[in-house]
Design a binder for this molecule. Sequence first.
Ligand code: ADP
Ligand code: MG
Ligand code: MG
Length: 435
Amino acid sequence: MTLDLASYAKENGVKFFMISYTDLFGSQRAKLVPAEAIADMQQEGAGFAGFATWLDLTPAHPDLFAVPDPSSVIQLPWKKDVAWVAADCVMDGEPVEQAPRVVLKRLVAEAAEEGLRVKTGVEPEFFLISPDGSMISDEFDTAEKPCYDQQAVMRRYDVIAEICGYMLELGWKPYQNDHEDANGQFEMNWEYDDVLQTADKHSFFKFMVKSVAEKHGLRATFMPKPFQGKTGNGCHAHISVWDLDGKVNAFADKAMPFGLSAKGKTFLGGIMKHASALAAITNPTVNSYKRINAPRTISGATWAPNTVTWTGNNRTHMVRVPGPGRFELRLPDGAVNPYLLQAIIIAAGLSGLRSNADPGPHHDIDMYRDGHTVTNAPKLPLNLLDALREYEKDEALQAALGTAFSAAYLKLKTSEWNTYCAQFTSWEHATTLDI
Ligand code: ADP
Ligand code: MG
Ligand code: MG
């Protein structure tokens, strides 16, 4: 039964609903709607001028309506007057085909038609930095190998414990928090779920981390590589596929190498086959390519891939199979759009299942040391333009994500790349002045 938001407001003392949708660049856009007005909005949606956000719409388009999905509602644990609710974009009574949550829901339905239910867990790393964004927030966080730094994580206990407490309250089953591999960097983990739920939680997590950091006079960033020389913000995804009841893990087969079933291998085969193209989605910014293909960081390793390879429990590859019944895609970064991340996983994976794709040989080597010995695997794109060109070439993947979505995404991202190329950089000045 659909939850009635007006009654929810009365029962929970909610004064405002934050009706929120995510555009193609991953920005969350919202209207604050008083509880008194929510009944109509639940039916009709909140009106937006779509052109004002990244959806490839013109000023002449009719109103975009963000129709709340009541099953996603979350009362803000740090401001109980407000409840966030994820919305789906509608125009002229039809779903907006390029809107990320619409794209994901369509792929979830496609997987369901094949009797499959995809479940994922994400690991969105972030930095706690100064409010002006120029440096990390903790001047004493200077260790050369800062990963799991006990003292440094305790200096940010108030922020981390507050966020983890909220996740406990929301029933997300968080289970660990740590200082990550760069000075100023943290990771918090909660339990995996169905892809749409994971995407909504991922979106809300980013909003929550930023909000709590601001409350404490800090700033949080998920930027892929916010500081040169330091390990970047990854957003690994752990992936498994289940039957429609969610009871039988179709990826698990203890008799197979790494405990990955034949089905799991072909799903992985799809990810491997489309890897260079899907990077346009999993690594969607100019800055993303400063994280993958990066030179060694101060800590000794980037923990990010540079080649399309897979293996068992070894973190130097694009895909790691850490244990039976799931694999970890280590390519995505902190800039990834939570909905498109899940959508591209399903799109590439289903393509693999349908074509019985072979993921190729596993390379059980230290890629950071011996990667040069791998000659039969493609290098990941070196920059956003490379990735967009790969996406443009991959017609099957474009079709799977939807032609309207793919056209809009390529157009807006290519334009972003062109804007970047028009920048005059201090590097070119320094290296070209005396030519
Ligand atoms: P690591 O840092 O070793 O990659 P984490 O513990 O930080 O791993 O994150 C693992 C993520 O994988 C969590 O979100 C966890 O719930 C999720 N996960 C565990 N098992 C599965 C599974 N079968 N399918 C999908 N995700 C899973
Ligand atoms: Mg982790
Ligand atoms: Mg990981």
